[in-house]
Design a protein around this ligand. Structure first.
Ligand code: URA
Length: 217
């Protein structure tokens, strides 16, 4: 029954033609497409600038995000902000930060495949409306679900390297360590700094050419 009731608003969310409408309708939708709806405080759509050309994708909202309704505002988010600031990137204005699922999993566990599947149309719509030039995948969950044909591939192998993928025409992608992982294992920080230096170099060259390539087909 809940699913039937939600269908109308789901169509409205997925039919949005501008990001602000998408965000508002999703945030207010009372979506119940997966069990995470029963334990969440609110739907967490994003944080940052939807006009930006860099999209960062994390795993799922944690406790602070669930309470505040904004992505990456807890300890991991603060570390992300700090690391990005060190390479001259402001996470509020230079990028948009989103998650694979929009509701907090209990005990901050990784989202289950069925939960990701239920939420995926919203994520796809979000990418379509933001139309980024560069996607940074934060951690193994984002890698696994955003690039499923790399499933089974280790973070160790994929992290820090730019690549393209047929599912995201005209977009460059890079996998980065999730900031929560760096909090648990600070020894990985120097490697993250190397990856971010690569990102900074790419970002400094500008992202407009990629847009032309994408618009051109
Ligand atoms: N971790 C995530 O993956 N996303 C958040 O929004 C916060 C912590």
């Amino acid at each position: 029954m809940q699913f039937d009731l939600f269908d109308g608003s789901r169509n409205q969310i997925l039919g949005a033609t501008v990001y602000a409408d998408f965000k508002e309708t999703l945030a207010r939708s009372n979506c119940a497409r997966c069990p995470l709806s029963s334990s969440r405080t609110q739907i967490v759509v994003d944080r940052g600038n939807p006009q930006a050309k860099v999209l960062m994708i994390g795993e799922a909202p944690g406790e602070n995000e669930d309470l505040q309704g904004r992505a990456f505002v807890g300890r991991a988010g603060k570390l992300l902000d700090e690391l990005m600031r060190e390479v001259g990137f402001n996470t509020e204005t230079d990028g948009l930060i989103i998650n694979v699922v929009k509701c907090r999993p209990p005990e901050n566990r990784a989202p289950a495949p069925k939960e990701v599947e239920a939420c995926f149309p919203f994520l796809k719509k979000q990418i379509e409306l933001v139309n980024p030039r560069l996607i940074l995948l934060l951690g193994a969950t984002a890698l696994k679900h955003m690039v499923p044909d790399k499933e089974g591939s280790s973070m160790k192998r994929e992290v820090g390297i730019f690549f393209t993928h047929a599912a995201y025409p005209g977009v460059e992608l890079m996998v980065l360590y999730h900031p929560a992982y760096l909090l648990r294992d600070p020894r990985k920080r120097p490697l993250m700094a190397e990856h971010l230096a690569r990102f900074r170099e790419r970002w400094a060259r500008g992202l407009e050419n990629g847009k032309e390539a994408k618009d051109g087909g």
